[in-house]
Design a protein around this ligand. Structure first.
Ligand SMILES: [Zn+2]
Length: 356
């Protein structure tokens, strides 16, 4: 088994991590974070599971990291992402695991966000000889194919010299996440939720000569957790996309690096199937948001008076030990770690860290 230095991985080491996952038939959870508390919970869970992990920020998560009070919201989205990345660069190696640092969905309106992150990334690369982020995502799946691919090509040309990878999206992931996408209409015709293998082939031909990229192909996956509706997960779309490229370009098996969006609430057997078709990354946001908040809800319910009084008006008992935010935030972190234990097991990545 290849071994890597613990910490943030990029370039060749990133490719080693992806190749090991595909060859080993497992995937890494990609967790959306928005605070140092959630980042630390992910690092803790990865360390406990001896697994490598992907930490990612949406534009909203990045803005929250910088502070909702920052007047210039666009600037906050950039600086928050940079700040979170620096936090991970400093701490990840001390948890003894490999971490991929990534940014989540950027639609057309957020292209300037990605370009601004690359401005910071280029400066960071000059100083440290490695990129600030391992990868970024451009999600132009709602735009015409030609625009999607030409913008992805433009951005990948900027990223390749920094040893960075680009995640693209083909076909639309259903549901809504951080203002991107629409709430599901479960009665609608949902054919746009399924990617065509021919589109994946086109992306492969256009982007693989430029640099490394991965594909979020839609196979009926949905952001958020909904009641089971008329959207069926059809992972065979992933298999067919791999087969088409293999056949056309005489590549080795599973030439594509695939990403599973909307992993929360998915059936376990469909997850296993998708991973066997070359999915190396599964995004989990909603289930972990719930785990984090669920623990806080429980804590408040169990200690209601501590959230009303500093000192109990009847018994004079001081409640400082309960309303100290570290108490309930720690409970939240522990529950997030517990949910991530499950994710590492489901994805087969427990015990598979490549870190020395
Ligand atoms: Zn997504």
């Amino acid at each position: 088994m290849a071994q890597l230095k613990p910490g943030v991985v990029s370039g060749k080491d990133y490719l080693t991590l992806v190749a090991a996952a595909k060859a080993g038939g497992y995937a890494l959870p990609a967790v959306n974070v928005s605070s140092s508390s959630t980042i630390n919970a992910v690092l803790e869970a990865a360390a406990k599971n001896q697994a490598d992990v992907i930490i990612q920020l949406s534009n909203g998560g990045a803005q929250f990291y910088a502070g909702q009070g920052m007047k210039d919201g666009s600037k906050a989205k950039v600086l928050g992402a940079v700040s979170a990345a620096q936090h991970v660069h400093l701490l990840a190696e001390h948890y003894g695991v490999c971490v991929v640092l990534h940014t989540d969905h950027a639609n057309k309106g957020l292209i300037p966000w990605v370009d601004a992150l690359l401005d910071h990334g280029e400066a960071f690369f000059k100083q440290h000889g490695k990129p600030l982020f391992s990868s970024h995502m451009l999600d132009l799946s709602e735009e015409p194919m030609e625009f999607n691919l030409s913008e992805c090509a433009r951005v990948l040309k900027r990223m390749a010299p920094l040893s960075m990878s680009l995640e693209i999206e083909l076909g639309v992931t259903g549901g809504e996440e951080d203002g991107i996408g629409k709430e599901m209409d479960e009665s609608a015709d949902n054919s746009h939720l399924y990617t065509q293998p021919e589109d994946v082939l086109q992306a492969y031909e256009r982007l693989s000569p430029i640099g490394h990229f991965s594909v979020a192909a839609s196979f009926g996956n949905v952001h958020g957790v909904y009641k089971p509706g008329n959207v069926q997960l059809r992972p065979e779309i992933l298999k067919n996309s791999q087969a088409l490229i293999e056949q056309r370009h005489k590549t080795a098996a599973k030439p594509l690096n695939l990403v599973f969006h909307g992993g929360s609430g998915s059936e376990k057997d469909k997850i296993t199937q998708a991973v066997s078709y070359g999915v190396f990354k599964m995004n989990i946001d909603t289930d972990l948001q719930f785990a984090y908040s669920e623990a806080i809800g429980k804590f408040v319910t169990q200690n209601p008076k501590a959230f009303l009084y500093q000192v109990d008006p009847e018994t004079d008992k001081p409640y400082k030990k309960y309303y100290d935010p570290r108490k309930y935030l720690r409970a939240a972190e522990e529950n997030m770690v517990a949910r991530l234990n499950e994710a590492f097991l489901d994805l087969g990545s427990k015990g598979k860290s490549l870190a020395l």
